[in-house]
Design a protein around this ligand. Structure first.
Ligand code: ZN
Length: 291
């Protein structure tokens, strides 16, 4: 039997991404990268607030001291949600042909986000870490399409997706220093599954991966590399997912319409929407930026 998938918002987003649950306000933060929009969706009212942040925005994380942090085209920035003022913090690449993409915070509150090429040039991006003192560190080289990133519940492993590789890789993670080492592949998606994109982790340390051109969110076991479950989403380009709700037992899913031809748009009229599914497990909250 097919899983029940609810269309929350027929957003027709160009490149919906970066789903993140904000527990304090019980709202879902997400972005439309190519429309330069930060969205805040309130499931209690069904209303969605969209804030234009002035340039392409790869992801959003909550900032402990107030407001949110963004990974903009030009680098790390903060946003005051009251005034909607954007303040640039650091642009580690300073190149027009790259932009920042997906990212999240580690268990110590450092903000990790990586880059990709607008021209799909392989290995021209990198993965960066913004520490709470606002210094930037270039952590992983030769990234093609920086995407999902999560940490295990014991804080010892970082899972990371460079979409073009079709893999999820693991690193040993040192929560004290923020250093990573011992990169290895833990999951390899087959061609027909679509590119691994955004990712969330559940309370059993299993990975939930959005599959671009795979019309699905899939649950994977990073210990065995095995596929545990597939939930079909009525959108081909499924981009990110986040656990939310008062019990963290709902899964919010974003999607994209960018690059879809007419026939595919007809086949998937809800492409670009924001969806809700019942994952049957609870997730964990994504940490806030500590700076
Ligand atoms: Zn992504």
């Amino acid at each position: 039997m097919a899983d029940k998938v609810e269309l929350l918002l027929d957003a027709k987003s160009v490149l919906g991404e970066g789903a993140l649950w904000h527990a304090k306000t019980q709202t879902l933060y997400w972005v439309d990268i190519l429309e330069s929009l930060l969205h805040i969706y309130d499931p209690a009212t069904g209303r969605d607030r969209a804030i234009n942040v002035g340039e392409h925005v790869g992801t959003v994380v909550v900032r402990k001291s107030g407001g949110v942090m963004l990974a903009l085209k030009r680098g790390f920035a903060s946003l005051d949600l009251k005034t909607e003022k954007v303040t640039l913090i650091a642009d580690p690449e300073k190149r027009a042909d790259n932009r920042f993409n997906d990212g999240k915070c580690d268990p110590a509150g450092r903000f990790w986000a990586g880059t990709l090429s607008y021209k799909d040039t392989p290995e021209s991006g990198a993965l960066y870490r913004l520490d709470k003192d606002l210094t930037v560190h270039r952590m992983v080289e030769k990234i093609s399409c920086s995407n999902g990133i999560v940490w295990s519940s014991d804080n010892k492993t970082m899972y990371y997706i460079d979409s073009f590789t079709m893999r999820v890789d693991a690193f040993d993670f040192d929560v004290e220093t923020g250093n990573v080492s011992n990169r290895r592949t833990v999951i390899t998606a087959e061609k027909g599954m679509g590119f691994p994109d955004g990712m969330a982790i559940d309370a059993e340390d299993k990975l939930w991966v959005a599959h671009w051109d795979g019309s699905s969110v899939r649950r994977w076991d990073p210990k065995t590399g095995k596929l545990l479950r597939t939930i079909d989403i009525p959108a081909t380009r499924v981009t990110s997912c986040a656990f939310g709700g008062p019990k963290l037992d709902k899964l919010y899913v974003t999607s994209a319409t960018t690059g879809l031809d007419e026939a595919t748009r007809k086949r998937f009229p809800t492409a670009g929407g924001l969806f809700l599914v019942d994952p049957g497990v609870t997730g964990v909250l994504s940490p806030e930026f500590a700076g």
